[in-house]
Design a protein around this ligand. Structure first.
Ligand code: HEM
Length: 128
């Protein structure tokens, strides 16, 4: 067992991620480039839950995401959606606004931002 405090613990647990994802979706719903990719844009509750559970798990919280959905395989799960640089940039813009709006430390914000940039780049699957 590691003695290191996870980012999940540092931000105070699950509420932080639920709030982050809610803020992210406030931007996404009015962004046609991103929202048009969603299979069901009228019901985003499931999508919000999947993203927040995934982020909790990634940052050291409970493994509910994988208990419910199996191995994340995010690249594979994003293949049905055409993600080019434009989609990546729009996604990141909303995620960065959400991160900036969270009451947390600069070091947490930096870690989240760097991770999101790398993860989003990894999911680009078209137009390169
Ligand atoms: C690069 C731009 C991205 C676009 C355009 C995009 C778009 C989408 C769409 C349309 C879905 C389906 C919604 C649903 O779950 O019902 C989805 C699912 C998901 N996305 Fe993304 N995404 C992007 C980046 C990311 C990143 C960077 C992460 C993680 C840090 C992420 C994590 C997830 C997760 C966990 C799911 C649910 C997967 C599942 O269990 O089925 N996405 N995304």
């Amino acid at each position: 067992m590691s003695d290191e405090v996870s980012l999940y613990q540092e931000v105070g647990g699950s509420d932080f991620f639920v709030e982050l994802v809610n803020k992210f979706y406030e931007g996404v719903v009015s962004d046609e480039i991103i929202i048009s990719l969603y299979p069901d844009r009228n019901d985003l509750e499931g999508a919000k839950e999947r993203l927040s559970l995934f982020l909790m798990q990634y940052w050291g919280g409970p493994t509910t995401y994988s208990d419910e959905r199996g191995h994340p395989r995010l690249r594979q799960r994003h293949f049905p959606f055409a993600i080019g640089e434009r989609e990546r940039d729009h996604w990141l813009m909303h995620m960065q606004s959400a991160i900036d709006a969270m009451p947390t430390s600069d070091s947490v914000r930096t870690r989240l931002s760097e991770y999101m940039s790398n993860a989003a780049q990894h999911l680009v699957n078209t137009g390169q």
